[in-house]
Design a protein around this ligand. Structure first.
Ligand SMILES: [Zn+2]
Length: 274
């Protein structure tokens, strides 16, 4: 059984067939699914989806959504965390972090939202799901200032020195579709080298399709889509198994146990249902 620690099931790409997406994931052997939120307007949706299908969710404002968020949205995060404090399906604060890759974002506003949400996570005693893109040092600076209960650095793509810093602070690193590309040398090297207790798997669906779903620009122009979905997780996990020289079964149970260690509330949930 597999754990997808990062899936945006609320994304519009899944509007046509969301229940079928969950059923396919379950049929493929995915037994746990974590839905991070990206904006306050999505909080009710991820929570409803989690309750409807037996999944887990996180509440937070994603760095790419900070510019369109209102200042008061941080107070809304705080209220929502207080209101749902006793909801066992609320497993983390996220997706929060810093994106220094996408141009045109206000870095100070991103930092303000990131640091404030770290404090909310600390005060709520919840782990965090982190978005780290060209920002590993700045994200780490926040974690040194504000001690949270660990969590996951999702779609990790930093250097091995940066990876070691996250691991030292007790964070897990999320690996997904990017690892399936032969040319992703740095990510594949990390997946081979980080301590085995630091590895968790994720799809980031509908984004980051694995190589077998990848479409060239010409194929996309011809109407072919490359939507990733949680049912792909076992095949992504098999790539990790190959990189590490492990059996697929060991890879599933190890990464599942690591996900539980990062997001302890996952352990108390009954299995998902399609
Ligand atoms: Zn995400």
């Amino acid at each position: 059984m597999w754990t997808d620690t990062h899936c945006h099931l609320d994304a519009p790409e899944f509007d046509p067939d969301r229940p079928a997406v969950v059923r396919r994931a379950q049929a493929a052997g995915v037994s746990r699914l974590v839905l991070p939120a990206v904006a306050v307007e999505h909080f009710d949706t991820v929570r409803d989806l989690a309750h409807q299908h037996g999944l887990a969710y996180a509440l937070g404002i994603h760095p790419l959504f900070v510019d369109r968020a209102a200042d008061e949205d941080l107070a809304r995060v705080k209220d929502a965390l207080a209101r749902h404090r006793d909801d066992p399906r609320l497993v983390a604060v996220g997706e929060i972090g810093l994106d220094h890759f996408v141009p045109g974002l206000d870095p100070q506003r991103q930092t303000h939202f990131y640091v404030t949400q770290l404090k909310l996570a600390r005060d709520a005693g919840l782990p965090v799901i982190l978005h780290v893109r060209r920002s590993a040092d700045a994200v780490m600076k926040g974690l040194r200032r504000i001690e949270v209960a660990g969590g996951i650095a999702h779609a990790f793509n930093g250097s091995s020195v940066q990876a070691a810093q996250f691991v030292e602070r007790g964070f897990k690193l999320g690996f997904g579709g990017a690892m399936t590309f032969d040319r992703a040398l740095q990510i594949r090297a990390l997946a081979r080298e980080v301590p085995e207790t630091a590895l968790v798997l994720e799809t980031d669906a509908p984004d980051i399709p694995p190589h077998w779903l990848y479409r060239t620009a010409a194929e996309r122009a011809a109407g072919l889509t490359s939507r990733n979905e949680p049912a792909e997780l076992p095949r992504i996990g098999a790539v990790l198994a190959e990189l590490r020289g492990w059996s697929v079964g060991h890879t599933a149970s190890l990464t599942g146990a690591n996900a539980l260690a990062a997001l302890p509330r996952l352990g108390a949930l009954e299995p998902m249902r399609g």
